[in-house]
Write a protein of this length. Structure first.
Length: 237
């Protein structure tokens, strides 16, 4: 990986309330988005402890338009993901009506300045972006975990992590930030709808496994991943 650009100096937390401050969100909007999420996650074919969905899109930096990509596979290097890296993965494809969803559009609009900055810094006309719905689900005494499981440096120059829902009986599921010495420096917990952690590769990060105090606990998140230049050049992986 080339020297990463410090888009957010490692990480930045943005509350969901702040992200949606210009959007008059009703309870019905939140319920609708959660239902859409639920309908678009299926068992992760690479792990029994997660459900997933993904939609890859292309963002035109000139017109500011987004379209569904012809490529609907996802690649992470072995360095970034020691569990599932080094191979192309495919997941249930999220319905592209997501792009016209008012809540998603409001969120994407707030992140657009950083996406445009990436395009300008790297002279990119069309940015490839993957949107991931991930559900962590665990019964009491069990664990659901991320891939990779612990601290790592992303391939992507920018990742926007949004909380969709976290049940009250959840254990763990905290975001951890560290330097390259793997010593944690910050812990961030996403608790409210669309609370967001933005990370770039100038630091490492992880999310602790999800457990349950009783019954079944769930943590639903949406990731918006801006793919790096090498992934865009070799986009037919």
């Amino acid at each position: 990986m080339e020297s990463p650009h410090p888009y957010v100096n490692g990480f930045k937390f943005v509350s969901g309330e702040s992200l949606l401050s210009e959007h008059k969100l009703e309870l019905s909007d939140i319920s609708e988005f959660r239902v859409f999420f639920d309908e678009n996650v299926k068992p992760d074919p690479y792990s029994p402890v997660r459900h997933r969905g993904m939609l890859k899109i292309e963002y035109d930096n000139l017109s500011k338009q987004t379209i569904k990509s012809k490529i609907q596979s996802y690649f992470a290097s072995g360095k970034a993901n020691n569990l599932n890296g080094g191979m192309s993965r495919t997941f249930n494809v999220i319905d592209e009506s997501l792009l016209s969803n008012p809540t998603f559009k409001a969120i994407f609009n707030q992140h657009e300045p950083l996406i445009r900055k990436y395009c300008e810094v790297n002279n990119v006309k069309t940015a490839n972006i993957s949107i991931h719905f991930i559900r962590y689900q665990a019964k009491e005494g069990e664990a659901s975990y991320s891939s990779p499981v612990w601290l790592h440096q992303d391939d992507e120059p920018l990742v926007f992590i949004h909380l969709i829902h976290l049940t009250d009986n959840a254990l763990g599921a905290d975001n951890v930030i560290s330097g390259f010495d793997d010593l944690p420096t910050n812990v961030v917990r996403l608790t409210n709808f669309m609370d967001c952690l933005i990370v770039d590769p100038t630091l490492k990060h992880a999310v602790t496994p999800l457990g349950s105090t009783k019954g079944t606990a769930r943590r639903d998140v949406m990731l918006i991943n801006l793919e790096n230049l090498s992934q865009q050049v070799y986009g037919d992986y």
